[in-house]
Design a protein around this ligand. Structure first.
Ligand code: MGD
Ligand code: MGD
Ligand code: MO
Length: 648
């Protein structure tokens, strides 16, 4: 095994703009030259092909204020709704599923409620590694007497803390959830009063789950029938229960259906809309919730207001003095498809690294190369930046700018400028305003607070959150419609109202069907590869690779002891891992938390082992999220490969 403490890649911090010259190389440029080149390229492409030839990838690490300005730039300066962010690669299915049922895409509970609940279900979530702050609340909950179930193909660090671990096969969450639902119904534990009062579609749901007896589900999921029954009884009889999920549910080709399958369980038992009972999709990047709330998504205007609603459009058309296209824009996945079709020609990529983070990323790189104009605005020189025509150096939102971010309990909090950005790096909002000015819009925001107050005027959910109040309350959760009070910290309490008028629309069960992973296992590709995170690194490694860490061990292909023995490979031995899309070499790590047939890799070290060469682009048709969690691979010993004659 290589040195565990090494630094795999030093990403240089961007300190001055770069522009691609006639020689095809990126060269240092002045801000004037770079901004002129960036604006000229956008004007030329949209002039020739119309505003829908433009796409904005907005930054989920940056502030709410920046995301507000980025989507406004897209809609007002360019005139398209093609704006999205990395929410597409993770929780877009949670937002789609929750919006379809409750009309709002936010998680329904607060972190503190996890401390006061009786049962915590962590479904497809490794919060101990990926949401360590939330996990502190989980640990307090456990200390206060809550039981915990973990549902994950791997016995993760999170599962180690659980009372029960249900180790299911990848992509079998719907059979498992349906079997839990069926057991609740058959044991007479469904909350019939809540179902009758607040939900619709129960009969279809009950029919959909009926075939999934615990025994039938055991066959498909690998989870013993007794464990399925135990989860069903624990969830249905708990006084209060939190159902938390993350990418184990959402990074699948049928992810929105997976989300619906979990929401069904809350509707069946009434574990939603009450203090201590709720649904928590733990969001990924620090401000991915806020990015969506600010309208940096193709179907919503700021305040998560639907573009298709004429009254909503009118409000923004008056505020911004512009005509808003009355249709949804393209999401990130569709924008990448648009490049291939030749309809999307220019991309403004702020704080995303799609060249390494997209599934089947070799394909993404080809697409980015095909653009007429690519502008990347980042804090580091990423692989995506290396493909750009213009690279703009930004300040880092988390310590070099003022503003707010929103976490996954919907809490808006202030972030502050603690240090000056290096070299000539500039605030993301300043850069957007400079480009807007060059494209004929005289924008100037003095302080981040000015942007925030503009947002508050158009978003009812944020109206009561002045900076002063955010400070006073150490962050406020939305909805916060007025400055004189705070709302309950959980959502959808209306479902419990006795008065049908106040109760509002019913929450609909989703009678979804099981659909196994797209990348099939066969003799050539017999191993199921799932990918995800470790505590020591962050996403594509751009922000976490540049310092040495005693925790970090670089990329591995993690295998069960049984598979390692069957393939005759040793801990630390380098092997070739091949899928139907690509091939990489990585050292083996034997992990007793893996079941036979399952392998695991991260996305953290793409410069040394590019995991996303292996993953499949199959996407959820509703949310556009790729099936990062289920590739089919094989492993070959390098020695065997070397023995192959050179003419093959
Ligand atoms: N340390 C660290 N923290 C992070 C990040 C990071 O890179 N590093 N990234 C942030 C981001 S952007 C996000 S979106 C979150 C993600 O946070 P998580 O979703 O918790 O992280 P993952 O490790 O991607 O996946 C979670 C679990 O899904 C399981 N899983 C795989 N397939 C299935 C399946 O078919 N069914 C079920 N039930 N489970 C399955 C995996 O075994 C894994 O343990 O983390 C955020 N926090
Ligand atoms: N195999 C596999 N692949 C995955 C996943 C998986 O589970 N498995 N998960 C997917 C998920 S959930 C996600 S969210 C994506 C992440 O995909 P990306 O968002 O593409 O990856 P990051 O590494 O987080 O890149 C973020 C970029 O933002 C820049 N940045 C940080 N702060 C700022 C700022 O303030 N301003 C500007 N302008 N830039 C800034 C960083 O330098 C970095 O280049 O990866 C996806 N890819
Ligand atoms: Mo994410």
């Amino acid at each position: 095994m290589k040195d565990r403490n090494r630094t795999p890649k030093q990403y240089p911090r961007l300190t001055h703009p770069l522009v691609r010259g006639a020689d095809g190389e990126l060269h240092r440029a002045t801000w004037e030259e770079a901004l002129d080149a960036a604006a000229r390229g956008f004007a030329a492409t949209t002039g020739a092909h119309g505003p829908d030839a433009f796409g904005m990838f907005s930054c989920a690490r940056s502030t709410n204020e920046m995301n507000y300005v980025a989507q406004k730039f897209t809609r007002v300066v360019i005139g398209t709704n093609n704006v999205d962010s990395c929410n597409r690669t993770c929780h877009a299915p949670s937002v789609a599923g929750l919006s379809a049922v409750f009309g709002s895409g936010g998680g329904t509970s607060s972190y503190a409620e996890v401390e006061e609940t009786d049962l915590i279900v962590m479904w497809g979530s490794n919060a101990r590694f990926a949401h360590p702050i939330f996990f502190q609340h989980v640990l307090k909950g456990i200390r206060n007497g809550a039981r915990m179930f973990a549902v994950d193909p791997r016995r993760t660090g999170t599962a180690e803390w659980a009372d029960r671990w249900l180790g299911l096969d990848v992509g079998t969450d719907i059979p498992l959830a349906h079997a839990v639902g069926r057991e609740i119904i058959h044991a007479g534990l469904a909350n019939t009063a809540f179902i009758e009062r607040a939900t619709s579609g129960y009969e279809e749901y009950a029919a959909a789950v009926e075939p999934w007896t615990p025994a039938a589900a055991e066959q498909v999921t690998g989870v013993p029938a007794a464990a399925i029954r135990e989860l069903a009884h624990a969830y249905a009889t708990a006084e209060r229960a939190q159902l938390c999920w993350t990418l184990g549910i959402t990074e699948h080709h049928n992810a929105t259906d997976n989300v619906r399958a979990l929401i069904n369980l809350a509707l069946l038992t009434g574990h939603v809309g009450r203090h201590g009972s709720g649904l928590q999709p733990l969001r990924g990047q620090n401000n991915v919730q806020g990015g969506g709330d600010m309208g940096a998504i193709p179907n919503r205007l700021p305040g998560f207001q639907d573009i298709l609603e004429p009254a909503v459009r009118e409000r923004f058309e008056t505020a911004w003095d512009v005509v808003i296209q009355p249709r949804y824009g393209l999401n990130l996945t569709e924008m990448l498809d648009g490049i291939e079709r030749g309809t999307l020609k220019a991309v403004y990529c702020i704080g995303e690294n799609p060249a390494q983070s997209e599934a089947d990323n070799e394909h993404t790189v080809q697409r980015l190369r095909a653009l007429d104009h690519l502008v990347v605005q980042d804090i580091f020189l990423t692989k995506t930046a290396l493909l750009a025509d213009v690279v703009l150096p930004a300040s880092a939102a988390w310590c070099e700018t003022e503003g707010t971010t929103t976490n996954s309990e919907r809490r808006v909090q202030r972030v502050r400028k603690a240090v000056r950005p290096p070299g000539e790096a500039r605030d993301d909002i300043d850069i957007l305003c400079e480009l807007a000015r060059r494209l004929g819009h005289d924008w100037k925001y003095g302080e981040a607070e000015e942007v925030w107050d503009e947002l508050r005027a158009v978003s009812p959910d944020h109206r009561g959150m002045s900076y002063a109040r955010l400070e006073e309350h150490q962050g406020i959760q939305w909805p916060c419609p007025s400055e004189d009070r705070l709302e309950p910290t959980y959502l959808h309490g209306r479902l419990w109202e006795a008065d049908p008028e106040r109760r509002g629309p019913r929450a609909a069960f989703g009678p979804v069907l099981h659909s196994p992973p797209v990348d099939l296992l066969d003799d050539d590709y017999p191993l199921r590869l799932t990918t995800g995170r470790r505590l020591d690194s962050y996403n594509t490694g751009v922000q976490s690779s540049s310092f040495a860490s005693p925790l970090r061990r670089g990329e591995n292909i993690e295998l069960s002891p049984e598979d390692a023995a069957a393939y005759g490979v040793a801990h630390g031995e380098e092997v070739r891992v091949t899928s139907r899309r690509g091939s990489v070499v990585a050292p083996v790590w034997i992990d007793e938390g893996l079941r036979p047939g399952l392998a695991f890799m991260t996305l953290h070290f793409p410069d040394e082992v590019d995991t996303n060469q292996l993953t499949i682009e199959a996407t959820c048709p509703i949310a556009g999220t790729a099936e990062y969690k289920a590739a089919a691979v094989r492993i070959d010993k390098l020695a065997d490969r070397q023995a192959v004659p050179s003419w093959t």
